[in-house]
Design a protein around this ligand. Structure first.
Ligand SMILES: *[C@@H]1O[C@H](CO)[C@@H](O)[C@H](O)[C@H]1NC(C)=O
Ligand SMILES: *[C@@H]1O[C@H](CO)[C@@H](O)[C@H](O)[C@H]1NC(C)=O
Length: 330
């Protein structure tokens, strides 16, 4: 994500952070959620009702859902990923998921793939760390009309940060949104007009100075390969299958394939920055699903959108997530 855009995301996260009742930073952890619960009881009624509305608008419902999960061993935030033929159950706390395999998300939603149904994003052991080197990540995507100005995405980051950032969670990325910097690989940022895949490498230690906020390498698809309507090879008004393959047989490269019925578009990318990301991709990264808007998303969709444009907010769906070892697929 470019810097200007990161600010919009920051603003969105900030709005979400407003659900903390006191002026204290909220750390997003269960303890903090409990504290918030205590504060609620002594809060004036007007604050109480607003806080409830705010909390249901974003991922802060996770704590309550976590409790329910403990009581029933069932959770609406359970999310299954098929790994080499086996459906394993993880969690996207706070998310709206149907049949445990379809995530539906809209503007300002942001979910982390967790081992447990917890809102604590500061404990490394809570995350499912995906190790995608030598593997292929694939999913079915339905953008449902999320057009110009929308950024529907899923990506990998080297979470958690060692301490909570500006927005109270341990989120980090290569643009240091929230104040914490870390390696980031964008599996996909998209709307109906464009799709971009970006490697964002950071040096050690990760910082504003050592992280590549613009990204390299970058791959992009836009009309007439990828766009709304059947004049495009991939008609983004309908679902398509999307895959990112992390190949390491000769040298490191990434193959991206978009498939819709018999139509297929694909491209590969490789450079030294991608090779330098490989140890991180091997050791593990956190999967994040996110959706944000900007009136100027032309760095992504400028081939067919003009600023200002306003994201429709149509909820997108990602389903049928598979992770397959390349060698088993060959
Ligand atoms: C809830 O959100 C609204 C709009 O973002 C904000 O004005 C209000 O202060 C928030 N309330 C609380 C209690 O955080
Ligand atoms: C996506 O892949 C699945 C499994 O191969 C296939 O059944 C489905 O038709 C594909 N969807 C599209 C839109 O091509």
């Amino acid at each position: 994500m470019v810097w200007a855009v990161a600010c919009v995301l920051a603003a969105a996260l900030h709005a979400a952070g407003a659900s903390c009742i006191s002026g204290d930073a909220c750390d997003g952890g269960e303890n903090a959620a409990m504290l918030q619960g205590h504060r609620q009881r002594v809060a004036p009624q007007s604050v109480l009702s607003t806080a409830k509305v705010n909390r249901t608008r974003r991922g802060h419902t996770a704590f309550k859902k976590g409790l329910a999960a403990l009581q029933t061993s069932q959770s609406s935030s359970a999310f299954q990923i098929n790994e080499d033929g086996v459906w394993n159950t993880y969690f996207l706390p706070g998310a709206s998921i149907t049949d445990q395999r379809t995530l539906e998300y809209g503007i300002n939603d942001k979910y982390f793939l967790m081992k447990y149904d917890t809102a604590d994003s500061c404990t490394a052991g809570n995350f499912e760390m995906l190790q995608l080197a030598g593997k292929t990540f694939s999913a079915t995507v339905y953008l449902n009309g999320a057009g110009c100005g929308c950024n529907v995405n899923f990506f990998l980051v080297a979470m958690p940060a060692s301490s909570p950032g500006e927005f109270g969670d341990c989120y980090c990325d290569a643009n240091c949104v929230g104040g914490n910097c870390c390696n980031e690989f964008d599996l996909n940022e998209m709307n109906t007009h464009a799709l971009q895949v970006t490697n964002h490498l950071c040096g050690d230690p990760a910082s504003h100075e050592t992280c590549d906020g613009n990204g390299s390498p970058v791959m992009k698809f836009s009309p007439a390969l990828f766009g709304p309507g059947n004049a495009n090879t991939i008609d983004t008004e309908h679902p398509f299958n999307y895959s990112v393959q992390f190949r390491e047989t000769d040298s490191e490269s990434v193959l991206v394939t978009v498939q819709q019925g018999e139509k297929v578009i694909s491209n590969t990318m490789a450079n030294s920055a991608l090779s330098s990301m490989w140890p991180q991709l091997s050791s593990g990264m956190v999967l994040v699903f996110d959706y944000w808007e900007s009136s100027d998303m032309t760095w992504l969709d400028g081939a067919s959108c003009q600023a200002p444009s306003y994201c429709s907010g149509n909820k997108a769906q990602v389903s049928n997530v598979h992770i397959t070892t390349n060698a088993l697929n060959a």
